[in-house]
Design a protein around this ligand. Sequence first.
Ligand code: PGA
Length: 219
Amino acid sequence: MGSPINLYGTWVNACKYVANEIEKQLKEKPESRFILPTGSTPIGVYNELTKRNLDWSKATTYNLDEYLDCSIEEQTYRYFMDDMLFNHINIKRENINFPTDGDKGYGLDVDLCLLGIGTNGHIAFNEPGSDFNSETRVVDLTESTIQDNSRFFPTINDVPTQAVTMGLKPIMTSKRIILMANGYNKHDVLNKALLGRLSEERPASVLQLHKNMEAVYCD
Ligand code: PGA
């Protein structure tokens, strides 16, 4: 089997490819279910999608994670998603889901799941040490993630210390997964996660067990 990592010459082209796959999915099955990430990685995809006149009226989305007790509304992932995508497309508000809503069976049997990867190998807020069978749950953020996220807050003390994250187990029930990684600082962790040994110390390595997973990468 070849490497699941597809190298793109430019990040713009990587984002166009992912937007094309989302567009195809929506056209083939208007009632598609998607898992969507936040962070800097998917912004190019959302920008691309908002330029296209796609019909999202029957689609359902599940976000991967959300902070708990975030004192700055503009830093919540709900705000980010509204700003980047939902306010610009015709998705129904009742079809937008966040894990803080507390639904049972959250995000199961999704058609297409889009993921980013943290420099420590996390996906969503499944930090190193997360069980491959983990369910959607409240988690404490690690120091390295708090440090990474502090760039968006006035001081490090304003960064939330807890979040609700989809677990690795429900993420793996997605029919198809596209993992996105932009920049050379993700090169090492991406290679180790997808081509190295399976390890709960590198949560993204669980993706090796998925039958329909690909990564898009640009350095
Ligand atoms: P980033 O974060 O998209 O801002 O690099 C990815 C992640 O931590 O999952």
